[in-house]
Design a protein around this ligand. Structure first.
Ligand code: FMN
Length: 138
């Protein structure tokens, strides 16, 4: 089984500096994730981050430990942590998915309690995957 973890957080950078922050994060994240066997997607919009990490329980935990202590963001909230049978981002060491209206709306719904939040999380990850696939075909 593969561990799939979705969290949200708040960037500590000024809005204008976030694109550069994302580029720096991806430059380090991609080779490291590859060596850890971790795949996933990173989304940044309105000063918020949302990230999916998938891999072995151990690799995801090791990574989350680093990410947790990273001063470039705070307010980390684990939205979903589950076991899945197949990776949803098998082609990406870390896809960078640009903002869209659909993702924006779902991002707001992630914080809803109970089934509403769980449904939003599932649709958010699925929409991230679709967006990442669409980018690959460009
Ligand atoms: C929003 C966010 C997402 C991140 N995602 C990853 C990631 O997927 N993989 C990774 O190796 N580092 C990621 N990082 C960076 C780590 O927190 C850490 O800086 C990096 O692993 C390098 O750590 P070190 O150079 O101090 O050893 C992320 C940081 C932030 C703020």
């Amino acid at each position: 089984m593969i561990t799939s973890l979705l969290y949200t957080s708040k960037s500590t950078a000024a809005a204008a500096d976030i694109p550069a922050q994302v580029e720096h994060i991806l430059a380090v994240a991609r080779p490291r994730n590859l060596s850890l066997g971790v795949t996933g997607a990173l989304f940044a919009d309105r000063g918020l981050y949302a990230q999916v990490l998938e891999g072995s329980r151990e690799s995801v935990d090791v990574l989350m430990d680093y990410i947790d202590r990273d001063p470039r963001h705070n307010g980390i909230a684990i939205v979903r942590d589950r076991q899945i049978s197949a990776r949803q981002f098998a082609n990406w060491s870390m896809a960078h998915v640009p903002p869209s209206r659909a993702l924006d709306e779902l991002l707001d719904a992630l914080a809803l309690p109970g089934e509403a939040g769980e449904g939003a999380a599932a649709r958010f990850v699925e929409t991230l995957r679709h967006s990442a696939s669409a980018l690959l075909r460009l």
